[in-house]
Design a protein around this ligand. Sequence first.
Ligand code: ADP
Ligand code: ADP
Length: 226
Amino acid sequence: MTTLEIKQAVKRYPNGALAVKGVDVTVEDGELVVFVGPSGCGKSTLLRMVAGLESVTEGEIVLDGRLVNEVEPANRNIAMVFQNYALYPHMSVYKNLAYGLKNRGTPKAEIDAKVREAAKLLQIGDFLERKPSQLSGGQRQRVAMGRAIVRDPAIFLFDEPLSNLDAKLRNQMRLEIKRLQRRLGTAAIYVTHDQVEAMTLADRIVVLNNGEIEQIGTPAQVYGAP
Ligand code: ADP
Ligand code: ADP
């Protein structure tokens, strides 16, 4: 059972910019929550605070009873998927998937089993020896997701993961992300500026505006019943 609590989170950057102004959200076990809003509304800042990549000026972010910024980065049970994939260009797909587990000291046989299972789930099993430069955009996105899955995280964080893909692939990968998240039952936060993505993916939508929650509810509550 995973619970992520964002409690009165505030972010003031060193230059004085107030990017997040007291946000309260709890993500329940298995839930997919989408943060949606225009550019500059504070979505990425909030997500980066949850990931422990950005300090929290005020308030608390608690994952399963522990403050995220007090957990060593290597021990944070969080996996993030970025829009630019952030794959290691000099490593094969296999090594990209194995890297985080290897760093944790996971036994080789277990790494191999997890890498192959994730690769199968994502249908990238035939590309394990390729470098990222030898893959299509959609395949790179699958590798990025595979890298998140092998870690068996308590929560997935998606930061506009589909914005570098063309419209057709975006639709396909969106469905894929939903299918995987459901199948794995892992809680997730998904950040996007795209209302269609929010509507079709979310169990719950958090509409952000100017660093504050404007609205929070199911897709039907936020955008009206279809
Ligand atoms: P979004 O992801 O919704 O586009 P961001 O979280 O990136 O929004 O940004 C929220 C606000 O914080 C914006 O006004 C942005 O200019 C500002 N901001 C983001 N990063 C920094 C930074 N490192 N230093 C100062 N201000 C920042
Ligand atoms: P490094 O230079 O990082 O030590 P290695 O070439 O030793 O990299 O590979 C890292 C590990 O991943 C090794 O244990 C290697 O056997 C394993 N490995 C790499 N690609 C594959 C693959 N396709 N199938 C099985 N194991 C692989």
